[in-house]
Write a protein that binds this ligand. Sequence first.
Ligand SMILES: NC(=O)c1ccc[n+]([C@@H]2O[C@H](COP(=O)([O-])OP(=O)(O)OC[C@H]3O[C@@H](n4cnc5c(N)ncnc54)[C@H](OP(=O)(O)O)[C@@H]3O)[C@@H](O)[C@H]2O)c1
Length: 269
Amino acid sequence: MPVSYRLLYNSYNIPSMSEKEIVLVTGGTNGIGLDTVIYIASASPNYHVIIGARNLSKGEKVLKDVQAKSSIQGSVSLVQLDANEDSSIAAAAKKIKEDFGHLDTLVNNAGICPEPEKEQWPSREVMRSTFETNVFGPTVLTEALVPLLKKSSSPRIINVSSIVGSTSAISDHSSPISAVKYPGYRASKAALNMITAYQYAQLKEFGFKVWAFCPGYVVTDLGGDREQRVENGIESSETSAKGVLQIIQGERDADVGGFVARYGEKYEW
Ligand SMILES: NC(=O)c1ccc[n+]([C@@H]2O[C@H](COP(=O)([O-])OP(=O)(O)OC[C@H]3O[C@@H](n4cnc5c(N)ncnc54)[C@H](OP(=O)(O)O)[C@@H]3O)[C@@H](O)[C@H]2O)c1
């Protein structure tokens, strides 16, 4: 950084990029991911949030909208990232390395739920596409980013899961969670929970902290019933974003390696 810029930064106490915590949010262009980007970037000038966007033109529009918000204190940028494409994952990892040299927090948020609620059993095609995005994507992306996370002094991985992926919850037949359908989606989140536990077991010795996070049942485009969710008074996805920020800020460190949710809850796997 040129000396004149450094002086300007210093005089306003604005952290330089090398002093900031770098956070990547996949699926940062919609719903919980977008609110998480806004929430983290609004929390402190110390955060730089990278929006992972599968669709670059949507990402560019979202980036502009986020940067225009008066609440933003940190900084925000964009990377093309399709969780279903290995070439996109490799290119994103390369770009983050070139731009920042390391990564502090990976939020594996991108996810889909393509099966209709009325269907009792998922088709092979639906199972395959759900696992592709919800399980294979975050698994492969995390592996690609481990070298950059290892360069952080406090690496964190947050895998956005769901209570419906809990084997304990479905086994309690008195709980309404037990009756929820979407079996392919449920199985994908159970698999993501296992990947979470595996990542923590493997990476703990390098100082990594890993969680599965349930964002709660909130209003987004997931499942295609946004209006019904609004009509039913379901909570905003800002509440989920707040939960992610709590993890990043160390408030859920006591539950590291576990399955946590927005309001301080810890779930059984
Ligand atoms: N909403 C809930 O009540 C709820 C409850 C429990 C768990 N979750 C979990 O929360 C996460 C976020 O979901 P949401 O509710 O915010 O849904 P959403 O509004 O549909 O947003 C999903 C995001 O994922 C992105 N995405 C989808 N496929 C992708 C791929 N192949 N590669 C990269 N990005 C991809 C979408 O990109 P585009 O912007 O291009 O569409 C979008 O930004 C998911 O993991 C979901 O399972 C949600």
